[in-house]
Design a protein around this ligand. Structure first.
Ligand code: FAD
Length: 411
């Protein structure tokens, strides 16, 4: 391999654009390839979490203040959970302890958010090729051969490192990492934009509703400042097949008939037909790097199994990959890159993915969820602890310990 290897990122979503941005910052030339032209839609809940904002700040310390109040970006100040017994728990983000008045999260249509990140990736060091699909991939004696297709034209590009950031249907993951979809570690989700949904929280709390007859899935309403809401439903794929659940019918049923929601949607209008997409969950640690390749974001199955959040983890993986590539670039030694990347990602995200997997599995015991919500609504201390858990992964580990529930139920 040359001392300065050829690098291609496939996919310019949040993971790929973030990686490209940091590679350019580190003066590392590369190619960024995407099948779409931007701006483009992506089926999603559009909740941009604190973790994503943390990476945005690394890109540009002013990013969050610049986005606050900008068209297409809605500040969110908390989460509202509904337990299976229909009791609600509002968890405000810790605004009072912050020095500034900046939001901890946004809701932003992916049309806007991904375009923003894609624009950030523009650099003389990034050769950007849109409307170009990866259609084949194989190892060669001198690198990795990428077969690309733009309109009807096909070409081959050889690189030393390919970074798979093409999301849920990643060819890099399939052909180089042997990724196979396992329904236990995969979810299906659908999204529908609405306008005119009533009774949304005045501070745009995002709403996660764990409805009794939908477990272990959930229904969401994420309000935006232009009066529209991102409304949707997600469920683990093995449960979808076991229960023969038709997510679109379920979504219609909840909106039209559920006593908690039918009034809120009574005068609302759907702005599109429901659209579906898959969520590869991080409930199982996959091989995410190997000889000549690294995987980012959904291609690496890094979605939080409890909340369905994947943008923040995707951006974080893009940033970590770029940092490690910079190290190799500087010292000229690339052999240990895959191992270092695999370790770094799971050292950073492994604990929280395990806690989230535990929480997701605990939805099989709805009484436990009911008890946490009931107790937290009565105990300011427990509520404060849960608020802190959103920011502190070590504290979140408590949720895996029987003692937490023992104290909760008997004290
Ligand atoms: C219904 C639903 C709701 C969700 N809600 C949330 C949420 O509220 N918050 C959150 O954080 N996460 C959410 N997620 C997860 C989130 O959408 C993903 O984790 C996130 O999009 C991952 O980003 P990515 O860059 O890895 O992949 P993607 O965003 O999927 O980007 C992949 C890019 O690769 C391109 N591409 C694909 N194939 C090829 C190819 N062969 N050649 C070239 N380019 C290609 C695509 O055009 C795309 O631009 C949700 C997911 C679903 C399905």
């Amino acid at each position: 391999m040359n001392s300065h290897p050829r690098i291609a990122i496939i996919g310019a979503g949040p993971s790929g654009s973030t990686c490209s941005f940091f590679l350019s910052r580190f003066q590392i030339p590369h190619v960024l390839i995407d099948a779409a032209e931007f701006p483009r839609d992506k089926v999603c809940g559009d909740a941009i979490s604190g973790k994503a904002l943390h990476i945005l700040r690394k890109m540009d310390p002013q990013a969050v203040s610049n986005l606050q109040g900008k068209a297409g970006f809605t500040d969110t100040w908390g989460i509202s959970f509904t337990a299976p017994n229909e009791k609600r728990l509002d968890i405000p983000f810790k605004k009072e302890k912050k020095e500034d008045d900046l939001p901890v999260g946004f809701v932003s249509k992916r049309l806007d958010f991904d375009h923003y990140l894609f624009q950030k990736a523009q650099s003389p060091l990034a050769q950007i090729r849109t409307n170009t699909s990866l259609v084949g991939i194989q190892k060669s004696s001198t690198g990795v051969l990428l077969e690309l297709k733009k309109d009807e034209l096909r070409e081959t590009l050889e690189v030393d490192w390919v970074i798979g950031a093409e999301g849920e249907r990643s060819l890099v993951a399939k052909f180089l990492a042997g990724y196979r979809k396992e329904p236990r570690h995969f979810s299906a989700g659908i999204r529908q934009y609405w306008k005119g949904v009533t009774q949304c929280h005045s501070e745009n709390f995002i709403e996660l509703h764990f409805l009794k007859d939908l477990l272990p899935g959930y229904f969401w309403i994420f309000p935006m400042s232009d009066g529209t809401c991102n409304v949707g439903l997600g469920m683990r794929s093995d449960r979808v097949s076991q229960g023969k659940v038709n997510l679109k019918k379920e979504l219609d049923r909840i909106i039209e008939e559920h006593p908690q929601f039918k009034e809120r949607f009574q005068h609302a209008e759907a702005l599109e037909m429901p659209k579906g997409w898959g969520l590869p969950m991080g409930s199982k640690q996959q091989t995410i790097a190997g000889d000549g390749f690294l995987l980012l974001g959904d291609a690496a199955a890094l979605i939080d199994p409890f909340t369905g959040e994947g943008i923040g983890n995707g951006m974080k993986s893009g940033w970590m990959a770029a940092e490690l590539i910079q190290e190799c670039w500087n010292n000229g030694s690339w052999e240990s890159l895959p191992q270092k990347y695999q370790q770094r990602v799971f050292r950073s995200l492994g604990d929280e993915l395990r806690v989230s997997d535990f929480l997701q599995r605990s939805l099989d015991f709805p009484w436990l969820f009911n008890a946490v919500v009931r107790k937290a609504n009565k105990s300011p201390l427990l509520k404060e602890t849960l608020i802190c858990m959103f920011e502190d992964v070590n504290l979140r580990q408590q949720l895996r310990k029987p003692k937490f529930y023992w104290d909760l139920l008997v004290k």
